[in-house]
Design a protein around this ligand. Structure first.
Ligand SMILES: [Zn+2]
Ligand SMILES: [Zn+2]
Length: 241
């Protein structure tokens, strides 16, 4: 069972009046929500819009997450080539499908936040320029630096705000990337556990994943159990207000 319609209407009404005070750049409003049956189980899809930059973001919600504790949450950054086309240059689609399958089939509730920040935040065109540099022999981190970007330009403020807008009290984050834990905590999210993700290696992404592990600190080899990260419970107060 998902979020009941009356509760959705209340969240949308609350969002309609909401605006983070300037100079905030990462405000979002919940605009609409609808049922979304998928091949990964029953979901509801939530449409968010940032009133400042106009960017749209999505949350795929399974079960009722409003006011819930210990909600499994996967942050997914949009990857057109991987998610939609099945590119083997990255593991985005595998990770997205694994998260949707885990949540939709095995869990009482959970959320996949789909963030519109293509190419680790550098944008689609720059991601393809970075691919071209990699084709010429540079690794993913070197390529981004050559284009003048930091290795990871993503900002988790939008993700944190989406969770606040859905009144999620605490989460168990589905990730192998410890920087996501620190970033979300900094934005006022209470993280009470971590659910590790498995990784599908192939001949095209092996080098990319190896760089991710060595240079970006991903925990690809380490077996970890749920509730590795114990963070003291914090109030669900909005850091953005
Ligand atoms: Zn806001
Ligand atoms: Zn990708």
């Amino acid at each position: 069972m998902g979020i009941p319609k009356e509760q959705i209407d209340r969240l949308i009404a609350e969002s309609a009046e909401h605006q983070c005070a300037p100079p905030a750049e990462t405000c979002v409003r919940l605009i609409a929500m609808a049922d979304l049956p998928t091949r990964f189980g029953s979901y509801q899809v939530a449409a968010f819009r940032n009133p400042i930059d106009g960017k749209e973001h999505a949350a795929f919600v399974h079960g009722n997450v409003v006011d819930a504790e210990r909600v499994p949450v996967r942050l997914h950054s949009e990857c057109l080539t991987g998610d939609a086309i099945g590119s083997l240059r990255c593991d985005c689609r595998d990770q997205l499908q694994e998260a949707l399958t885990m949540i939709g089939n095995k869990m009482e509730r959970g959320i996949v936040l789909y963030l519109r920040q293509e190419g680790r935040g550098i944008g689609f065109t720059n991601k393809i320029r970075a691919y071209a540099l990699q084709d010429a022999g540079y690794d993913t981190v070197q390529a981004n630096e050559l284009l003048g970007f930091r290795p990871d330009e993503r900002d988790y403020g939008v993700a944190a705000h989406m969770l606040h807008s859905l009144h999620v009290r605490s989460i168990r984050i589905m990730t192998n990337n410890p920087s996501k834990i620190a970033d979300l905590t900094r934005h006022g999210i209470s993280i009470v556990g971590r659910i590790p993700m498995s990784v599908a290696l192939n001949e095209h992404n092996r080098q990319y994943l190896e760089v991710k592990r060595k240079k970006l600190g991903h925990l690809l080899d380490i077996e970890q159990t749920d509730d590795l990260v114990e963070v003291p419970a914090r109030s669900a107060a909005r850091s953005t207000e």
